[in-house]
Design a protein around this ligand. Structure first.
Ligand SMILES: [Fe+2]
Length: 310
């Protein structure tokens, strides 16, 4: 797939040097309407085809208490494969990293009402073994897949230059307002807007506390300079039509995956609403008539069958 099938001309025509220097100087780069509409529609259709499902023998979405994720995009979305390995993304990475880089994590996610995210940085990576943190330079792409009027991404401008001196990577709201109030940039936006940010910068998604029906839909992918720290990923091999050395390393073929899968979901984290919806709107309407039918004597079942055929 060509760059022009994925991105809008406005984004393609931006010099990658200016994007890399914004990431270095301010910590972020933002562009409205960066994507081709048909591309975003295909991406969303593929994600929707792999939505949450119980007992499905394929990748599917998972719920946590206040969020929904489709994590294994390389197993279910060829559009995501094209985007993540596009020359639009590679050119920015070549300019920014100067050296090797790897796709570390990616996910489609929906955030709901009352989800709380602290101010934090993404550069301190917890490794599975030894529970140690290590600092790894990287950048994150966030694509809005719906208009975002509230609950938007916020970034403390220039904070990537100071956050690495701290021994921790989570900050209270008071601390941010006391120290950086004038540097907080809020990214309200529309479907198709793109934010790229330096993982050393302090950021969060603004919590939504007034609108119970709130949903924010976004695509996230993180690329960093360590070839060993990535989340494990399921993938569909039929997507991978470019197998040069650079691409193989970028997707982590043959390399360790030292990070844990995010989010760590299980049945206990499934929201009650979703549990009841699956049971009462899907499972019972399908199963109950069949169970009752099988309880009838054979002669009656034959009669019903003949009756239904006629
Ligand atoms: Fe983050």
């Amino acid at each position: 797939m060509k760059n022009s099938d994925i991105f809008n001309e406005k984004f393609i025509n931006i010099d990658t040097k200016s994007i890399a220097s914004k990431l270095d100087n301010e910590g972020f780069f933002f562009i409205e309407n960066a994507f081709n509409k048909n591309f975003l529609d295909s991406l969303l259709a593929e994600i929707n085809d792999n939505k949450f499902s119980v007992n499905k023998n394929w990748t599917s979405g998972v719920y946590t208490e206040k969020q929904y994720y489709v994590k294994h995009l390389l197993g279910c979305s060829k559009s995501f494969y094209y985007l993540s390995s596009s020359s639009g993304v590679f050119d920015i990475c070549d300019q920014y990293f100067k050296n090797e880089y790897r796709l570390k994590a990616f996910r489609y996610y929906e955030t709901y009402y009352a989800h709380k995210m602290e101010w934090h940085t993404d550069n301190k990576i917890a490794k599975k073994a030894g529970n140690k943190f290590s600092e790894i330079p990287g950048i994150i792409f966030i694509v809005y897949l719906d208009d975002v009027e509230d609950g938007e991404f916020q970034y403390v401008k220039g904070s990537h230059k100071i956050s690495n001196v701290e021994a921790y990577n989570v900050y209270s709201n008071k601390q941010i307002l006391d120290e950086f109030k004038n540097d907080v940039i809020s990214f309200k936006g529309k479907k198709g807007d793109l934010i790229i940010y330096n993982t050393y910068g302090i950021h969060r998604a603004k919590p939504v506390i007034n609108n119970k029906n709130f949903v924010r839909k976004s695509l996230f992918f993180q690329i960093d300079s360590s070839l060993s720290s990535a989340e494990p990923s399921l993938l569909n091999p039929s997507y991978f039509d470019k197998m040069d050395d650079k691409t193989l390393k970028y997707f982590g073929f043959g390399l360790p995956s030292e990070s844990s899968t995010y989010p760590d979901s299980n049945l206990n984290r499934l929201p009650l609403k979703i549990f009841f919806k699956e049971i009462f709107l899907t499972y019972i309407p399908y199963k109950l008539p069949r169970v009752i039918y099988m309880m009838f004597p054979n002669i009656l079942r034959k009669f019903f069958k003949r009756f239904l055929k006629s």
